[in-house]
Write a protein that binds this ligand. Sequence first.
Ligand SMILES: C[C@](O)(CO)[C@H](O)COP(=O)(O)OP(=O)(O)OC[C@H]1O[C@@H](n2ccc(N)nc2=O)[C@H](O)[C@@H]1O
Ligand SMILES: Nc1ncnc2c1ncn2[C@@H]1O[C@H](COP(=O)(O)OP(=O)(O)OP(=O)(O)O)[C@@H](O)[C@H]1O
Length: 274
Amino acid sequence: MVVFPNAKINLGLNIISKRPDNYHNIETLFYPIGLSDILEVVPISASVERSLISLSGIVVDGEPKDNLVMKAYHLLAEWFDMPAVQIYLDKNIPFGAGLGGGSSDAAFMLRLLRDKFDLPVEDDELLSLAVKLGADCPFFLLNCPMMARGIGNEFEQVDFSLFGKFIVLIKPSVKISTPEAYALVKPNRPEVSIPEILKMPIKEWKDLLKNDFEESVFYRYPVIRTIKERLYFKGAVYASMSGSGSSVFGIFDHPVDVKDDFPTCFVWQGNCGY
Ligand SMILES: C[C@](O)(CO)[C@H](O)COP(=O)(O)OP(=O)(O)OC[C@H]1O[C@@H](n2ccc(N)nc2=O)[C@H](O)[C@@H]1O
Ligand SMILES: Nc1ncnc2c1ncn2[C@@H]1O[C@H](COP(=O)(O)OP(=O)(O)OP(=O)(O)O)[C@@H](O)[C@H]1O
């Protein structure tokens, strides 16, 4: 069974308050994009006790046994009898990028195992398991434009689409650790909520729709601010850092050629699908 775990961008990201469990309450619109990893799971012989993982593509740091897809397997294996599996994961989504790639792999793995082995797990139980693997993880089980609140796992479906627009995603070589990025932000309540801003014409978003991580991340890594400015210079109708960075996306009314603009960066371009 092969699946294609996709990345997300955050349209607006307000960090509202710090919680007693050291997480933060946030408000953000998750928007799925077409940049995807490739994940395959094959059952292996009953004589092999441990699941195996084979990685290709972008090299993820950490031990393969600590990969989030392995953690997803073991989370379900605590509750259900499953055979050992051979996992193939081809990474195309950069990490330390604010694109939720690891969370997406984990969410797709949970659903793939549930479906492949016919495990008696309802969709809402899968959502509760997913959050144990990461705050971004439950979103990828829904995978359509969603307002998220709480730690990012309380959802409200929104009537919102960027269909017809074109997205350019730029990831510089710098990688950003999510806990470190949260530690640098002072939480605050926004004056205007994200759904209210998203109802306005997209050309009005520039001064209203904010990612609260940008200020401290841009201060530390000015190259990320420069990328955002360059995307506006190229004609983006809206540009922002995604999640805790370091990637920046630009939304355009039409396809653009940026291949010479960011020679040292990872660049991805595609249509907005929803
Ligand atoms: C920045 C975002 O990508 C926006 O979508 C997410 O909030 C991050 O989600 P994630 O990477 O899945 O986060 P997790 O792996 O669950 O948490 C990593 C660390 O980030 C911090 N964290 C994460 C989510 C959240 N709402 N508040 C936090 O303070 C915590 O220190 C936590 O220990
Ligand atoms: N399958 C995986 N893909 C990517 N990273 C993984 C994976 N499994 C474990 N990791 C670890 O998780 C860390 C962050 O991964 P991820 O791609 O989710 O983060 P991110 O780009 O910061 O996204 P976000 O902040 O939006 O969750 C990596 O540094 C890596 O060590």
